[in-house]
Design a protein around this ligand. Sequence first.
Ligand SMILES: NC(=O)C1=CN([C@@H]2O[C@H](COP(=O)(O)OP(=O)(O)OC[C@H]3O[C@@H](n4cnc5c(N)ncnc54)[C@H](O)[C@@H]3O)[C@@H](O)[C@H]2O)C=CC1
Ligand SMILES: O=C(O)CCC(=O)C(=O)O
Length: 630
Amino acid sequence: MADAASFVFDFDSTLVRIESLEALADLALDGADDGAAIREEVGRLTDAAMAGEIGFGEALGRRLALLPLHRRHVEALAARVADDLALSVQRNLAFFREHADRIVIVSGGFREIIAPVAARLGVAADRVLANDLVYDAAGRVTGVDPANPLAEAGGKARAIESLDLPRPLIMVGDGWTDAEVRQAGAADRFYAFTEIVRRPPVIEAADAEVASIDELLHAEGLAGRWSYPRSRMRILLLENVHPAAVARLEAEGYSVETASGALGEDELIARIGGVHVLGVRSKTLVTDRVLAAADRLLAVGAFCIGTNQIDLEAAADRGVAVFNAPYSNTRSVVELAVGLTIALLRDVTDKSAAMHRGVWNKSASGARELRGKTLGIVGYGAIGSQLSVLAEALGLRVVFHDLTERLALGNARRLPSLDDLLAEADVVSLHVDGRRENTALLGPAELARMKPGALLLNLSRGHVLDVEALAAALRSGRLGGAAVDVFPEEPATNADPFDSPLRGLPNVILTPHIGGSTEEAQEAIGAFAAERLLAYLNRGDTSFCVNLPNVQLAEVAGAHRLLHIHRNQPGVLADLNRTMAEAGLNILGQHLKTDERTGYVIVDVDRDYDPAALQALRGVAGTLRFRTLY
Ligand SMILES: NC(=O)C1=CN([C@@H]2O[C@H](COP(=O)(O)OP(=O)(O)OC[C@H]3O[C@@H](n4cnc5c(N)ncnc54)[C@H](O)[C@@H]3O)[C@@H](O)[C@H]2O)C=CC1
Ligand SMILES: O=C(O)CCC(=O)C(=O)O
């Protein structure tokens, strides 16, 4: 479509992340007493001109008159401006260099500042249309050459027309003077470029908005640095995911939306359309219905350890990859479990509450040391085994029970059954995962098997413990206390009410699912999960994926990467290879990994192939998801 098109780019806040005149003002006013006021006025005039409120020529003259601008300031900015390229321009240098003979830069700014950037982009000096500064004998800027059409309102259109460029002509810029080019008929299409600034009147006057050069190239049917513009890929992060994750994903060019609370199933269904990546923590249920409504979803990030809130099989059956952060909050949970155990043994919370009511109750009765007690850990995975290490260091004896064979750390003793553990432990701490089969793992019968006066901790999942049965055991005095961090029904947001049969019981510590809620853990989770999602989006790497075969992949280099997720059924690889051979694709590298349910094939191919061949690959029987990366 755009084979013969000419591209005309604005400069300030389009090719570069600065407004030249403001940057010059900063240099010229450095140390000036009235600098702040002048800078503010210059900024105001720039905005007014960009939004079309005052004429460009008038704004330029007034701004230059305000500044004690000297040649050395211009030279200083020119020396560093090429470091300020817009990020998407930096990524797509190849586009500028390959198509330099159909690119023009037009700006009401100054030739000296634009020249180094044009050189970096490979654009010839005679394809830069800009104002020429005029200096006096002392090197002070007195204005711009009045004979240059760009010194006046409507100048961009006249300057462009004077070049008689091949049409269609595509204008790209952030300001009103760029929109005017299209309005004057000097351009056939105008893209409002919003990577640096977003000006609503300009967007309204544009044929389309592009938030990056990638989007521009995609819209014009040209190959950019990425197979798909990342700014068009929507990432929806719920439940207060740490800002570190947002920053990391945005830095890679993706569009991120956030929400502080969890969403109910119907609310999520209403929002999931068009979303490429969903990020949740423990409360948002990603059900089969949600996944069925997710027309674009590539991946789900669980910004936590547990993934029981996500229908992993339904996701796999749709080729949606699910990632979590399996170790980032482990230590936080363990530290809280240790602290809660000590608090329960010493009845700290009830004593503290009494003090707040003005009651002084100094007594050793019922208060016990940790040392020498037996801790029973149910579920000896990452958290259980870490707890084991810390507990032994504090002088506890540790016994554990796990469904699978686990290495007993230190002097910890494995017990063959849950019942054995319940019979022996003074403190029982639950750290199993949230699989459905663990519902009411501790019910009335199990609680009855615990030692009289024993303590119970649940920091795993709410449904693992029958809270009604626990409340009864506590009320009857059968158990000595409990600390519960997770509940069968948890409020979706901090504004929602909480209720539980455990409320109001003595020596019962209730915490609002904060086992993993430390600043350290949340930041580490944000960083880890974001990195896993980026590895999958950017190169197809499924390391740590919890529902698809794990394949570790290097960056795509000098090739196109085809990613094919399919049902694990006979003949898929043979069909894929036959289809690729028929399409004449030259294979540079291939990986296949399968699990019981799903297969994942990654093929790096030579770049010159007929894109129609990709349709045939989508048609291979058993295909769940197919995408291309480069
Ligand atoms: N309260 C909070 O804020 C947090 C809670 N969690 C919860 O803790 C759980 C455990 O986390 P990790 O230790 O990292 O998981 P993990 O997967 O490393 O360990 C879980 C262990 O439980 C064992 N297990 C499962 N069912 C069992 C059963 N019925 N009986 C005995 N053993 C059983 C597994 O074999 C595994 O060894 C997570 O799945 C999550 O639900 C995790 C982080 C924070
Ligand atoms: O606070 C959260 O995000 C939930 C922590 C949790 O339960 C988990 O990591 O599995």
